[in-house]
Design a protein around this ligand. Sequence first.
Ligand code: NAG
Ligand code: NAG
Ligand code: NAG
Length: 384
Amino acid sequence: MRTAVLLLALVAVLYAKVFKIETYNAGSNMARLIKKGLYQDYLRKMDQLRSRHEVLATGSQPIIDYFDDSYLINITVGTPPQQVTVILDTGSSNLWVIDAACKSKVCDGYPESDYTKHKFNTTASSTFVKEKTEFFIDYSPGYCSGYQGKDTITFGGLTVQVQEFGVANMLAEVYGYQQMDGIFGLGWPALAVNKVIPPMQNVLSQLDAPLFTIWLDRKLDIDMGGAAGLITYGALDIVNCDSTVNYVPLSAETYWQFKIQAFSIGTYSESKSEDVMSDTGTVWIRTPNDVINNIVKQTGAKFDWINEMYTVNCSTMYNQPDLIWTINNVQYKVPSVEYILDLGLGKGKCALTLYGLNNGGNQQIGFAKAFHSGLPTGSPMSSI
Ligand SMILES: *[C@@H]1O[C@H](CO)[C@@H](O)[C@H](O)[C@H]1NC(C)=O
Ligand SMILES: *[C@@H]1O[C@H](CO)[C@@H](O)[C@H](O)[C@H]1NC(C)=O
Ligand SMILES: *[C@@H]1O[C@H](CO)[C@@H](O)[C@H](O)[C@H]1NC(C)=O
């Protein structure tokens, strides 16, 4: 009987096309630098780079892209497999790793990051094929570029024999400070640079169901990192998530983009239908400045100009109002312990993990009546 049960279980395991891989958290780059007293130097350096490369939008608040606290997974690339640790990013659709031939400090990882990068040695892989195509991706915190190639990759027990991906030999400074070796994009193919088919699309035929579940855990001691959740390919994760799923149509097949019906915090509420996106590439929430201003009012947060972030008194971490989103008539409440972080700023200050969005959004096309001097008034062409 016991054998039969065991066998059945084994058969079930062999036949279920469900694959799981633990996500983990490298800890906050920001918290690490703050702890060492290096954060303000880092900010100054990033600000200099930003003003050199970008035209800042007009507005009263700095544009800050922290891209700080990330969720990562281990994958392998090549034959024999070389392990790399990549950011799990629903906000982009390409995979890239760092070229072992890149000897710059940023490719190796800065000492401040307490991390030595695992670079991909293309010549050590018997299955790697270099392509002529170059790749360049401009993420909001910084770019990466190099050439494209194809090779076998594995993740969560799945194998893609031929996956195209970027081999980066130029990286923006910010990546030198992060404990990561690349990015694993889980966005839709339409977003993919060079029209590369993303890994998720390449494994769909191997799965029980064409879906993945990402469970992100919340840890209070964030600078330590460690296990932070699970990604399940091919099934719902009903161990870590409720089995009742509220499905919402996507408003674009690019990002994981959908509509919310309302947002509220404390006595502030708005019930405009707005497009939002779910982005696992960062744990911070980006939102338009008018919404931020209301959140600031409701939480009593202050902008800390030295650390360039909103802060509240840490003693309020558990008793600030919930952030409440209404999605498909269901209200989702995010308690303040989920959006207030102790980054070790000192003086009893804790960070509000939200920042403003000055540019973007509000894309629209405007029509106005054209004035035509050469046409008689009243002609059909004189008005539209
Ligand atoms: C990922 O790999 C690193 C070594 O590069 C290891 O320390 C870590 O525990 C691994 N994490 C998981 C979730 O497998
Ligand atoms: C890459 O691997 C090859 C073959 O194993 C080795 O000779 C070479 O030194 C390695 N290159 C780097 C940069 O590690
Ligand atoms: C934070 O709140 C506590 C308790 O209300 C108070 O004693 C402390 O002075 C406050 N700290 C700051 C920096 O305002």
